[in-house]
Ligand binder design. Structure first.
Ligand code: UDP
Length: 468
């Protein structure tokens, strides 16, 4: 086997949809470059993906899927619990597995070379610490935006400067925040991760604490890799580069190394929505999807529904079966009755990237998860942002105030606001032009010789060097 082919990366995402998608696209890029990839799922998700994972592995002899226990099969639905389960039961199993797969370990007998490098989810510091203890170099991959990583990294400084915690009761959320480098002119309290709002004396929210700690701990990894581009997030990347051992901006990976959607999706797509879109006029449809984790209240659903109906455009709405709780079925019937035959389609899960690419889609009402954000950016679709948690608050600020490819509806969920914002996103030439210009810029980044394409090559070289 040629030296280059001996590079074998074990990739280890947390088992949430957005993370799995990004890691699978990354793996596809590594396979194309000639490397071997072991994709580490949790038992629960590998069972859930079943035949799709087997098919993907069968189609690529240098790819295999293995799994570690996640303790609680339902943990996939709750991020803090999931991270907890992974860092205990999952971590022990991961250590044993990596010890057997690394050079000098027992190794599997399926023809794969020993694992020479780990690329672990950037919210699991245990994964790179264990790898390094076992003599395997490790890279942290944060699947969120560079601006959000920089914000998390800045939280200790914000506490030190007295920017955090906010005054009792949250204070005025429109007050500018100083202390996140490069964002002084536009970042407000409301654009920081939402957990910052509930702090009292220090940043003791468990999820925020874990994510801030993981971000700080990324400095120990050989490098930090991000699914973004220099043209979208150049200043944030430059600030991160000052703090990390190395930084690679290699995205948007889904546009560079498309992986078969079927192998990544934990839910079954409703393909009927593509035929429905085919029957709609050019740029007439509002596509609504709030990602794989968000749960909304009945009141929020009702406000969205009324706002959408009043805006008057046909819409395609992804309502996952677990999104609204017990009232979901009745709410659905009401939704469909309210808009009339053929004017709206509600599906449990859609082939999102194809939907966004469809000529009938005029705007994307999104929760501003990073994958959804870059998928919308790549297709040049104007966005209406209604962020829930984590990096979503800052992503939506970049959309509304920095890139101008959409409107940030943050913190307000009232029918009039939904109606007005959706109308503006559908009709504004300015927003559409910015969305188009951004898509063209990103297309240049990922084309041969573009910044992300070059960064991906540099990363593959770096992994080969670490593997030699
Ligand atoms: N997605 C999809 N079909 C849907 C809704 C979402 O394929 O009906 C995909 C979407 O394309 C994206 C991922 O699920 O790749 C969601 O990731 P994101 O980071 O946007 O949000 P999260 O689910 O992590 O909150």
């Amino acid at each position: 086997m040629a030296e280059a082919d001996m590079a074998h990366v074990l990739v280890f995402p947390i088992p949430a949809q957005g993370h799995l998608n990004s890691f699978l696209h990354f793996s596809t890029g590594l396979l194309r470059a000639g490397l071997h990839v072991t994709f580490l799922h949790t038992d629960h998700n590998l069972r859930r993906l079943g035949a799709a994972a087997r098919e993907a592995a069968a189609a690529s002899p240098r790819l295999r899927f293995l799994s570690v226990p996640d303790d609680d099969p339902r943990a996939v639905d709750g991020l803090p619990r999931l991270m907890q389960a992974l860092s205990t039961t999952g971590a022990a199993a991961y250590r044993d597995l990596l010890a057997s797969l690394r050079r000098g370990g027992a190794a599997a007998d399926d023809g794969f070379p020993p694992v020479t490098c780990v690329v672990a989810d950037g919210v699991m510091p245990f994964a790179w610490d264990i790898a390094e203890e076992l003599g395997v170099p490790a890279i942290a991959y944060r699947t969120v935006s560079a601006c959000s990583v920089l914000a998390y990294l800045s939280v200790p400084r914000l506490v030190q400067r007295g920017e955090l915690p906010f005054p009792e009761g949250g204070g005025d959320l429109d007050v500018p925040v100083r202390g996140v480098p490069g964002m002084e002119s536009f970042l407000r309290r409301r654009d920081l991760p939402i957990q910052c709002r509930s702090l009292t004396d220090t940043y003791q929210d468990p999820l925020l604490k874990a994510v801030v700690a993981a971000t700080v701990d990324s400095r120990r990894a050989r490098a930090l890799m991000l699914n973004t581009t220099a043209s979208l997030e150049g200043p944030s990347l430059a600030h991160l580069a000052e703090e990390m051992r190395d930084v690679f901006a290699v995205g948007p990976l889904h546009a560079m190394s498309p992986a078969p959607a079927v192998a990544t999706s934990l839910w079954r797509h409703d393909d009927g929505c593509m035929a429905w879109l085919d029957g709609q006029p050019e740029r007439s449809v509002v596509y609504i999807s709030l990602g794989s984790l968000t749960v909304i209240s009945h009141e929020q659903f009702t406000e969205f529904l009324h706002g959408l109906v009043a805006a008057g455009y046909p819409f395609l709405w992804v309502l996952r079966p677990d999104m609204l709780g017990a009232s979901q079925d009745a709410a659905l019937q009401d939704a469909l009755a309210a808009v009339g035959e053929g004017r709206a389609l509600v599906v449990p899960w859609a082939p999102q990237r194809e939907v966004l690419r469809h000529h009938a889609v005029g705007c994307f009402l999104t929760h501003s998860g990073w994958n959804s954000t870059i998928e919308g950016v790549v297709e040049g679709v104007p966005m209406v942002c209604w962020p829930f948690f984590a990096d979503q608050q800052i992503n939506s600020r970049f959309v509304g105030a920095v890139w101008g490819n959409g409107l940030d509806m943050k913190d307000v969920c009232e029918r009039d606001m939904v109606e007005g914002t959706v109308r503006e996103a559908m009709e504004s030439d300015e927003v559409r032009k910015s969305a188009r210009a951004l898509a063209e810029q990103v297309e240049r980044d990922i084309a041969d010789g573009g910044s992300s394409a070059m960064e991906f090559k540099r990363l593959v070289g770096f992994i080969r060097e670490l593997s030699s």
